[in-house]
Structures are given as structure tokens and as C-alpha cells.
Design a binder for this molecule. Structure first.
Ligand SMILES: CCC/C=C/C(=O)SCCNC(=O)CCNC(=O)[C@H](O)C(C)(C)COP(=O)([O-])OP(=O)([O-])OC[C@H]1O[C@@H](n2cnc3c(N)ncnc32)[C@H](O)[C@@H]1OP(=O)([O-])[O-]
Ligand SMILES: NC(=O)C1=CN([C@@H]2O[C@H](COP(=O)(O)OP(=O)(O)OC[C@H]3O[C@@H](n4cnc5c(N)ncnc54)[C@H](OP(=O)(O)O)[C@@H]3O)[C@@H](O)[C@H]2O)C=CC1
Length: 284
């Protein structure tokens, strides 16, 4: 897949991917390393970190995995110290670590709310601030990419703490794009539609029937592939996107837009049937 970019697109970069041991974070870490970056991934569980580092190294890339809970401010500070001791100054950050579950909002406990908001919102702020402090101090340029969701804009039933915290991440992205842009620091976000990772599917997709309904909501009638997101993220972290700052790129096969179109239900019917219906309605 990386053939479409110069093979050294991300050479000389040291990229931190939070939650980089699994799912979309893992796909991004593999791709960044393939494009020449040194990659440091974090997460709470050691095994996914070790496996992803092993796979990157087996493909000839450079990677380190460091256990870290991004909800913990001190742990985040220590993580960046350790990451830079091992692989030099961090130059790019991907805020990817996240927590989510489906729940009726009236039943969510304070701990449940904290688990999600502290991971998504506080964790992304702690990591972004740690990088910003370093880059400003060093007079170095830098790029932050945060993984949001399409429902950060629209809201969504049954995932309210996630929607609230992802909306905060978008606000952080836009605010700091203005505050730090003149210092050579860019911030952008991606709003993915559905990508069938184990982490998301185990928590958010109760059965096959609902999975099929989710697929049918997407105009291109399929889910995203993690490698596709990794391609977009590589572009957004590279100098190819140097003029892009404060942007949220929707990457969802048209799902979010289609949900808003009043007559989009016709797209669920065979086209021939739709044409016949519309033909009937034409004035004589
Ligand atoms: C496709 C669309 C978009 C996708 C977006 C994504 O983000 S996909 C990314 C998806 N990937 C991930 O989410 C990866 C990371 N996710 C995780 O680690 C866990 O899913 C976590 C978020 C529960 C945190 O775990 P943890 O070990 O830190 O915490 P813990 O186990 O101690 O629980 C803390 C509190 O939460 C409560 N609670 C838990 N489940 C439910 C529930 N279903 N219902 C209600 N409540 C629930 C639990 O009872 C407890 O409250 P209590 O009883 O003390 O008052
Ligand atoms: N898959 C999808 O359809 C969509 C995903 N997204 C976003 O994409 C991103 C990746 O999700 P996805 O790959 O699907 O799911 P995963 O569950 O695979 O990824 C979440 C990662 O975050 C890590 N993580 C969770 N909590 C913490 C914490 N407190 N400290 C450090 N790391 C943590 C997890 O590792 P560990 O548990 O070991 O800590 C895991 O590696 C998330 O931001 C998600 O919100 C957005 C829209 C759609």
C-alpha cells in the first residue's frame, strides 16, 4: 500500500501513537514505520504493544512500546520522557487511545463516565500538551492528529460520554490550530465512520443483524479498512498537508451525510423500483 507515497515520506519523524497496540492505532503504527518513521506506541496492556512492536521490527521498522495509562497525568509525563530517551525527540503525535461502550445514559455511573471522558478528553489533552510544551521550548515544528468520530458533530444516542469527549477533542484541535499555528505546530483530526476493529465491535456491535444494518447505512455499502485510515493519517502527518490546520476530515464512505438526507431512504430500494415510482409521479 505504501507504494503510492515516497518510501521515505515519514523518515526523520518520531511518531507517538497512543493506543497503538490494537485496531486503527496498530494499522497506523505499522504504516508510519513502513514509511520510515520511528514509532512509539502506548497502551495499558503489555501484550498488544509487544506484538505490534515485534511485527514492525520484523518488517524492518523501528518501534518501541511503553505501557501508559493516558488518564494519568504523571504517567503521560513519564511516558514522553521515556519515549524520547529511547528514540529521540518526538515530532508527531496521534491521539488515538479511546474508551467507549453502549449504555442507556440514565444508567451510566460516575466511574463509567470518568472511564470514557478521562481516556478520550483528558488523555488527548495531556498528550497534546506534553508535545506542545516540548515543541515550543525547542522552537520545533510539530503535528498532532486526533482520531475523533462523525458523531462528535451530530451527537449520538447511547454513546453520550464518547460523543461529549470527542466533541471536546475537536474543540481542542480547532483552538490550538489557532493558538499554536504561528509557532509551526499544526493540529488536525479525522472523523472515521465504522471500521470493524475488535475493540470497537466487541463493545458497540451487539449482533450480526445490527452489523448488517450499520453496513447498509453507508452509501458505499461497506465498512472502512484500517489500512485506508493509515493512508490518510500518513498524509496528514506529512509535509504534503503542510497548509492544512484545524481541519476535521470525515472518512466514512458518506455515512454521516447520508443520514441527514430526507429522501435517502430511496437508496435502500432497488434502483429500478425507485425509477418506476418516480415515473408514476410525473405529471401527464
Ligand atoms: C463504531 C463507532 C465509533 C467507535 C468509537 C470508539 O471509540 S471504539 C473504541 C473502543 N475501544 C475501547 O473502548 C477500548 C478501551 N475500553 C475499555 O477499557 C473498557 O471498555 C472501559 C471503557 C469500560 C474502561 O475499562 P476500565 O478497566 O478502565 O474500567 P472498568 O472495567 O473498571 O469500568 C469502569 C466503569 O465503567 C462501567 N462500565 C463498563 N462497561 C460498561 C457498560 N457496557 N455499560 C455501562 N457501564 C459500564 C463499569 O461498571 C465501571 O463503573 P462502576 O461499576 O465502577 O461504577
Ligand atoms: N473502529 C471504529 O469504527 C471507530 C473508531 N474510532 C476511534 O478510533 C480510535 C481507535 O479505535 P479502535 O482501534 O477501533 O479500537 P481499539 O479498542 O482497538 O483501540 C483503543 C486503544 O486505546 C488503548 N487505550 C484505551 N484506554 C487507554 C488508556 N487509558 N491509556 C492508554 N491507552 C488506552 C487500548 O489499549 P489498552 O486497552 O491496552 O489500554 C487500545 O489499544 C479511537 O479513538 C476510536 O474512538 C472512531 C470512530 C469509529
Amino acid at each position: 500500500m505504501s507504494d503510492s507515497f515516497a518510501p521515505d515520506l515519514l523518515a526523520d519523524q518520531h511518531i507517538v501513537v497512543t493506543g497503538g497496540g490494537t485496531g486503527l492505532g496498530r494499522a497506523m503504527a505499522l504504516r508510519f514505520a513502513d514509511l520510515g518513521a520511528a514509532v512509539t506506541i502506548n497502551g495499558r496492556r503489555p501484550d498488544p504493544l509487544a506484538e505490534t512492536v515485534r511485527d514492525i521490527e520484523a518488517a524492518g521498522g523501528a518501534a518501541e512500546g511503553i505501557q501508559c495509562n493516558v488518564r494519568d497525568y504523571e504517567a503521560v509525563q513519564a511516558f514522553f520522557e521515556e519515549a524520547e530517551d529511547r528514540q529521540g525527540p518526538v515530532t508527531r503525535l496521534v491521539n488515538n487511545a479511546a474508551a467507549n461502550f453502549l449504555a442507556p445514559t440514565e444508567d451510566i455511573s460516575p466511574n463509567g463516565f470518568d472511564a470514557i471522558v478521562q481516556t478520550n478528553l483528558y488523555g488527548s489533552f495531556y498528550c497534546t500538551q506534553a508535545c506542545g510544551q516540548r515543541w515550543l521550548e525547542r522552537d520545533a515544528e510539530g503535528v498532532v492528529l486526533s482520531i475523533a468520530t462523525t458523531y462528535a458533530e451530530t451527537g449520538s444516542a447511547y454513546v453520550v460520554p464518547s460523543a461529549m469527549s470527542k466533541a471536546g477533542i475537536v474543540a481542542m484541535t480547532r483552538s490550538l490550530a489557532a493558538e499554536w499555528g504561528s509557532e509551526g505546530i499544526r493540529l488536525n483530526a479525522v472523523a472515521p465512520g465504522p471500521f470493524p476493529t475488535e475493540g470497537a465491535w466487541d463493545r458497540l456491535v451487539p449482533d450480526d443483524d445490527l452489523e448488517q444494518k450499520m453496513r447498509e447505512r453507508v452509501p458505499v455499502r461497506r465498512f472502512g479498512e484500517p489500512e485506508e485510515l493509515a493512508t490518510l493519517a500518513s498524509f496528514l502527518l506529512s509535509d504534503l498537508s503542510a497548509f492544512m490546520n484545524g481541519e476535521v476530515v470525515t472518512f466514512d464512505g458518506g455515512e454521516a451525510l447520508a443520514a441527514g438526507g430526507q429522501f435517502n431512504t430511496f437508496t435502500r430500494m432497488p434502483r429500478r423500483q425507485v425509477k418506476a415510482l418516480m415515473e408514476q409521479m410525473r405529471p401527464e
